[in-house]
Design a protein around this ligand. Sequence first.
Ligand code: ARG
Length: 567
Amino acid sequence: MQNFKKTLSEILSDKIKADFSADVPALEIAEMFEFPPESHMGDIAFPSFKLSRTLRRSPQQIAETLSTSLEVPGASKIEVISGYLNVFISHEYTVKSMLGNMLTLGDDFGKLEVGKGKTMCIDYSSPNMAKPFHIGHLGTTAIGNSIKRIHEFSGYDCIGINHLGDWGTQYGRLAVAYEKWGSREEVERLGVKELVRIYQKFYIEAEKDPTLNDEARAAFTKMENGDEKLLEIWRWFKEISLKEFMKTYDLLGISFESYSGESFYNDKMDAVVKELDEKGLLKESDGAKIVPLEDYKMPPCLILKSDGSTLYATRDITAALYRKNTYNFDKCIYVTDAGQSLHFAQFFKVIGLMGYDFEDKLVHVPYGKISVDGQKLATRAGNAVLLEDLFDEAIKRVRAVIEEKNPDCDCKDEIARKVGVGAVIFNQLSTSRIKDINFVWDEALNFDGNTGPYVQYTYVRACSVLEKTEANTFELPTELCEEEKEMIKVLSLFPIRVRQALDDYEPSVISRYMLDVCHAFNRFYHNCPIIKAGDTTKALRLSICKTVKSVLGNAMWLIGMEKTEKI
Ligand code: ARG
């Protein structure tokens, strides 16, 4: 479809020049096409109203003029309806060019070249050490991983960065709490859970005795100045936390190119604060140092507290400069919940005010909130759903289903893991990222709904057809039934969807597309016998199954789902 679209754009661009003496570049036209949801509306449609302004004509007039003696190779029919130019692609072109191209490219079909020679950094997941890794982090982890893979698939060199929250006054509090109420044995035995417990105890005790806060601040200042005893404990806590986070990353098949967290910038911030000062950007406010941003309709960006300690933004500005110097990125993406949007807008602006030209290469990708079975999350109270528990539960539930449906299956554990984890990921990524989502167990795990398990099941079906049959002819027909045509058309949209997901930082474009592929495939599978078909038809249908397998397989990888060839 991409090639057809490209040719059609060039033809239309020339035709517009000839008919209206206007210059509309083919690349611009390529952005305007739509893909009609129903086949009687054509396979690709050009909405002429998009040119009404430029050409100062009504959409209907434009469409009619353009369609007159319009020659498009591969088109069987061109219709004008309500200002749309509806183009129907011939069966021969569908098989020979579209399916042919997909078969030739195999697993490379869908890959893009836009990112060739470019580097992107993506800061995602980035939980805070000694805190629970909970369902609120699912968004950044799943969306970030998918956006990274979409970029990889589009040719980019990708640097995944886990900007661990491992620095700040809270680690002074934790150090004080450990000293007063902690024990090595308990921390070793219970890990992060125990760290969370003593941290919460700090809050309760500090209500009664506010001098604890001064102690905590002093402890953090000592850490900032390199107090080895405190740093040793802090390093140990960090190791324990990372070990726990790694369990979830391993389960998801995620790894990072860099685990440089906030503390990594500790010795790099002085120079940046100095630079801000020298560039005349720093102002004093109640003893603190800020960069005023009222000209940009934002509250000031806080750089130093009155006691001289650094803040989240100080570390982020320093990290952005470091990343630019180290990786020379073409873009640097940050995936966090929408609650942090202001923070990113502020520090991006400060980078621009410092005179750097890469402010527009910094991209914040926000996402909405998640609740589980309608329950909002409350971290402080400690009752947040942990990611580890969420995945365990999903795996357990899927295992029970497999046990019931297919008791003889010999790798239940592996399949349950892939399908269970995939169900949670698919559920997270199937709605536009900015929308709030409610995680409902029964919906996410339903094999018949628009879910991860349904996608896995369809993939298995395509695999099993291919396993059972060998194609003994490669001659493909030039006539197609409705289901075959639809299936090839949907498959041919893959690169276009990848591009859209890339441009919009939107994994849900891929998940929705996966559902389109699955729906088309299941219709095709029910209505078109494969094994019993005659040689030519069988070759065609097997070629379709093969392409479904590679497109769906790649799409699953793009959103971070693992494949299974049997259930
Ligand atoms: N640690 C932060 C949190 O849990 C997210 C960090 C995002 N990345 C960044 N460079 N600020 O909210």
